[in-house]
Design a protein around this ligand. Structure first.
Ligand code: PLP
Length: 301
């Protein structure tokens, strides 16, 4: 599946003589983040091949990966189990738009305390889950593994080799690794992490076959799922000017970063930039419930 690139028109682009296109992977599906669809694709083929009927995975309460797994499981005929971070979420999960929708798509939940969640890769936790739910195909938190990276290698089209710079948001780095592997060595790949931490580089190196990439680490806005007033206003301005809806956790931070780098003359004149809109729009409703509770500005939908 090949997704079109949409040109963005903003005064700052004209002033600095750079071009920006956005690959609208968000349009793949209204509920599944584009990159989560890519990451699940070959994993579901493999799960079927190995004879599994159940998928189990891990995630936070607003996780795009949880939403995508529930939906893809329903479409492809798998039972799905979501192990969710935070025991307390279990008492009011039906107030959470992401989990409510996942439930409507047939996902069963197991809510576990945050300390236990941190041991999600431990043998004993997994053995307990098999005892409770029977055999399952395990998808890691965030969905990143070798087959997920393979799926993300299909994001770029042949014609995208004309771009000088390709930008993508980074959670676990699986999506970026796929883009790196599919890129031309002369292209520069920039990843924008939405969380703090140095571990990401190592994780990406595990899957990336080229070295033409770097991380822009100044645009996490305090960490994963943290948003500032400035970011919310940026999202709303950007939507008004371009009609493109960005999400606050990933794509909004990336585009904020790209525009900031453009303002700082980071890119030479005549640079052609492609940014990947990975989706994530389903998470806005949940983020808005949090912002509303704190009496902060809401994200326009
Ligand atoms: C999960 C997600 C990402 C991050 O993808 P990784 O492969 O984990 O780096 C980026 N954008 C959106 C919208 C996502 O849902």
């Amino acid at each position: 599946m090949q997704i079109e690139n949409q040109p963005v028109k903003l005064p700052i682009l004209k002033e600095k003589q750079v071009s920006l296109y956005i690959k609208r992977e968000d349009l793949i599906h209204p509920l599944i983040s584009g990159n989560k669809y890519r990451k699940l694709k070959y994993n579901l083929v493999e799960a079927k091949k190995q004879g599994f009927t159940t998928l189990l995975t891990f995630g936070g309460a607003f996780s795009n990966h949880i939403a995508a797994t529930a939906y893809a499981g329903k479409i492809k005929g798998f039972q799905t189990i979501g192990v969710i971070r935070g025991e307390e979420i279990g008492r009011k999960w039906n107030e959470n738009p992401t989990l409510k929708l996942a439930h409507e798509h047939g996902m069963r939940f197991k809510f576990i305390p945050r300390e236990e969640y941190r041991t999600k890769k431990s043998h004993s936790l997994l053995v307990g889950l098999v005892k409770e739910f029977g055999a399952f195909y395990l998808l890691p938190e965030g969905g990143t593994n070798l087959l997920a990276v393979k799926g993300c290698e299909e994001i770029l089209a042949v014609d995208d080799s004309r771009f000088d710079v390709i930008c993508a948001p980074v959670g676990t780095g699986g999506t970026l690794a796929g883009i790196i592997n599919a890129s031309h060595p002369k292209q520069r790949i920039l990843g924008f992490p939405s969380l703090k931490g140095d571990f990401l580089k190592e994780d990406i190196r595990k899957f990336a076959r080229n070295s033409n990439w770097e991380l822009q680490t100044d645009y996490h806005f305090g960490g994963y799922a943290k948003v500032s007033e400035e970011l919310v206003l940026f999202l709303n301005d950007f939507k008004r000017e371009t009609q493109i809806q960005l999400d606050p956790i990933y794509t909004g931070k990336m585009v904020f970063g790209i525009v900031d780098l453009i303002k700082r003359d980071y890119f030479k004149p005549n640079t052609d930039i492609l940014a990947i809109h990975t989706g994530g729009v389903q998470g806005i409703a949940g983020m808005n419930t949090v912002l509303k509770r704190k009496n902060r500005s809401l994200i326009d939908i």
